[in-house]
Write a protein that binds this ligand. Sequence first.
Ligand SMILES: Cc1cc2nc3c(=O)[nH]c(=O)nc-3n(C[C@H](O)[C@H](O)[C@H](O)COP(=O)(O)O)c2cc1C
Length: 212
Amino acid sequence: MNVLHVVANPRPIEESVSKQLAASFFATLLGKNPDVTVNNIDLYEDPPPYLSLNAYRRIYTPLVNPEYKPTKAEEDSIAYAKEQAEALRQADVLVLTMPMWAGGPPAILKAWLDQVAQPGLLFNVENGVVKPLHQLRKIILLVASGDVYKEGDDRDGLTPIIRNTFGFLGVTDIEVAWADGQDPNFHSDGEDRKQTALEMTEELAEEVAEAP
Ligand SMILES: Cc1cc2nc3c(=O)[nH]c(=O)nc-3n(C[C@H](O)[C@H](O)[C@H](O)COP(=O)(O)O)c2cc1C
């Protein structure tokens, strides 16, 4: 089983609750199933560009003009997207580790999604139907936030982006371990909440480790 781990958090693990969830997830997963292969991508070490006009032209013109030949600049502009999409195409499971910032995912994660969730890279469209070009079957989302949230909360702009984007690509098995209430200025039970999220994380890792 191939697991792709994408991290969108610049903080070191001692300071980052979401990275602590990820460490626990992978310790349990690899402890239970040493045959799992993990590919780590740290977006702060290999940052995505914003989707450019050249990239837009290279990705979308072929959908309306089969004669289109990209310029070198247009082809070069999707090098990052092609490389990251290839990592995703090799994965059975995707783990996303991030904080909640300003009600949603960090901008670097959104920029990465804009790069990879593209026709010709992760899906094709045939007669109006999306045909996935990947084998992803599950996504695990490891999140920390300062405030207290329940999924479905109107203030949650993070999980809907992940569910909508990957749902479009045909992945609906998305599980979340969320350490909320981590800002001690507002919540005094952050440690308990972190422990609950760590327990959830371990359950998710066991599920993945035991999956056929
Ligand atoms: C720029 C920034 C924006 C934030 N926005 C929110 C927010 O909208 N909602 C929230 O609950 N917490 C917010 N927080 C708090 C973080 O989500 C919280 O510190 C969390 O623990 C970060 O995850 P980490 O510990 O893995 O780095 C924000 C923090 C930063 C630095």
